[in-house]
Design a protein around this ligand. Structure first.
Ligand code: NAG
Ligand code: NAG
Length: 498
């Protein structure tokens, strides 16, 4: 008898046990007779079943039968130590991680040089459309200069949070520089781009408050919504009718609720689609329904608007109409960390109430110096934005000639988003096709592009695609090479599907 069989026997009172044993024995006798093959493998209902397995199945049926009986009583005799040991030996814990599949074993390409417009992968120079280096600032001599002198003066880390002796003069300079550039009263620095969003949202929106968010927001925002424990209602991606209807419904539903804070959360350029939010309409709606707006400018700062001030400048919306603006500095500014900007009250509140700000070591000072210099360079060279724009339109013009894929992003988005013209009907298969394209473009054509691979954490359900991050640092021949390579490979890969 195995330990589980013994456990079963112990679990019953003796009379019941003998009844069960009799039942099992007679059933087994019958089965053996019927099969006419005492211990060999047999076919029952067309399925191969070994004798042992069959007995286990019978035992399971018996256990289920017993459990369903009201007369079932817990074991009367305590288990012996030996039985406990045996039960422990048989027990298998739930695995710590799910079993590995091919997707989890995926290893992204490793860059062996700076992530500039050209980079080196496996010893080979490739054209890089995978880095959000929109203004081509990676490796910019002025940025390097400001970093090295800052390093010489302050060292690398700050070894303390801002509120506990981790505030260094360059942090204040950087916050002032950002506010001056964007025309806001004040701003606050975060050490890590993503933590800006998932700290700022819960700093304002609390349990019981209402957030209306676009269903396409990136993971950093999703996490902020989750951490805020507010009631979150999603509207259709970049769809203003859906937003209006959602605001209307919420206004009706919560008409009598007092002390309720209400927010609309949107991205300027959506990382998951390359769409641009129509901010002027959003502002009209927020004023009509009395909501506050939280806008993430991570992929629009330095890109949209004639001087790169982002979506407010692009849409001609006065910046003070937006209650809270966040942005990561790891994209156009080519440094790291993030900031939130807005009214002095909004900023001050975060200095004591925003988890990412209060509890993490402050931004390494040389990154703050780099951000100041990056904004200086941007302000002195608005032509970078024009170059980026013309590179985006050239790329789009060339890519539009490829059959089997469509361009899903806004014509001014620096993230050019390619989707399959015809989905296979399954996200997994779509991803596989797109990944094959990206792998072959890298291997055969030395062009580095990425697929919007989503982690299981990411709740965004927008269709997957290939993302190309355009840079003002790309030359015309880089753009042409990328589009020609994509055309060749895409048409070869999709050839069998269309
Ligand atoms: C708004 O409410 C109406 C009526 O209950 C419902 O039919 C509609 O689907 C709701 N719209 C949204 C976007 O929630
Ligand atoms: C088509 C086009 O205008 N491409 C521009 C892309 O950016 C580079 C670098 O700034 C320019 O030299 C190209 O002319």
């Amino acid at each position: 008898m195995s330990a589980s069989e013994r456990f079963l026997a112990n679990s019953m009172d003796t009379r019941m046990a003998s009844a069960v044993v009799n039942f099992v024995n007679s059933t087994l006798d019958w089965v053996m007779f019927a099969l006419d093959a005492p211990s060999a493998r047999a076919v029952v209902f067309g399925v191969h079943i070994g004798g042992h397995l069959f007995i286990e199945v019978l035992l399971l049926v018996v256990i289920l039968f017993l459990l369903s009986q009201k007369s079932y009583k817990p074991p009367k005799r305590p288990l012996t130590n030996k039985e406990i040991d045996e039960l422990c030996d048989e027990w298998v814990p739930e695995p710590l991680i799910p079993s590995l599949n091919k997707e989890l074993l995926y290893e992204p390409p490793v860059l062996e040089s700076a992530a500039g417009p050209h980079t080196i992968i496996k010893g080979k120079e490739v054209v890089n459309f995978a880095s959000a280096n929109y203004l081509g600032f990676i490796g910019h001599p002025k940025l390097l200069d400001s970093c090295s002198s800052s390093l010489a003066k302050y060292g690398v880390g700050s070894c303390g949070p801002r509120g506990f002796y981790g505030t260094i003069d360059v942090h204040l300079d950087c916050e002032g520089r950002i506010a001056k550039f964007l025309g806001t009263p004040d701003s606050i620095l975060y050490s890590y781009g993503l933590s800006t969003m998932f700290s700022a949202i819960p700093a304002f929106s609390k349990k019981g408050d209402i957030i209306v968010a676009d269903e396409g927001v990136h993971w950093g925002i999703q996490n902020g919504l989750h951490l805020s424990r507010s009631t979150v209602v999603y509207f259709k991606h970049n769809d203003m009718d859906s937003l209006r209807e959602t605001l209307e419904n919420i206004t009706v539903k919560y008409k009598r609720t007092k002390n309720l804070r209400r927010y609309i959360v949107v991205e300027a350029v959506y990382q998951n689609s390359g769409q641009i939010a129509p901010l002027d309409e959003i502002v009209k709606l927020k004023e009509k329904y009395l909501f506050r707006v939280l806008l993430d400018e991570s992929n629009s700062l330095g890109v949209l608007g004639s001087s790169g001030r982002g979506l407010t400048e692009y849409c001609g919306v006065p910046v003070e109409k937006i209650d809270i603006i966040t942005a990561a500095m790891g994209h156009a500014l080519a440094t790291e960390g993030g900031f939130c900007t807005g009214s002095a009250r909004v900023i001050d509140h975060q200095r004591l109430s925003s988890s990412g700000y209060v509890f993490s070591a402050s931004l390494p000072p040389y990154l703050a110096s780099a951000a100041i210099t990056a904004i200086d360079i941007l302000e002195e060279n608005p032509n970078l934005i024009t170059k980026l724009k013309s590179n985006i339109s050239l790329l789009r013009k060339e890519l539009s000639k490829i059959s089997g894929i469509t361009i899903a992003s806004n014509p001014e988005s620096p993230i050019v988003y390619l989707r399959l013209e015809q989905s296979t009907g399954s996200v997994k298969d779509d991803l596989r096709l797109l990944e094959t394209i990206a792998e072959r473009v890298l291997r055969e054509e030395s062009v580095f592009v990425v697929v919007s691979k989503r982690s299981t954490l990411d709740k965004c359900r927008l269709p997957v695609g290939i993302r190309l991050f355009v840079s003002a640092g790309h030359s015309e021949s880089d753009v042409l090479k990328a589009s020609e390579s994509l055309k060749r490979v895409t048409e070869s890969v999709l050839g069998g599907y269309n």
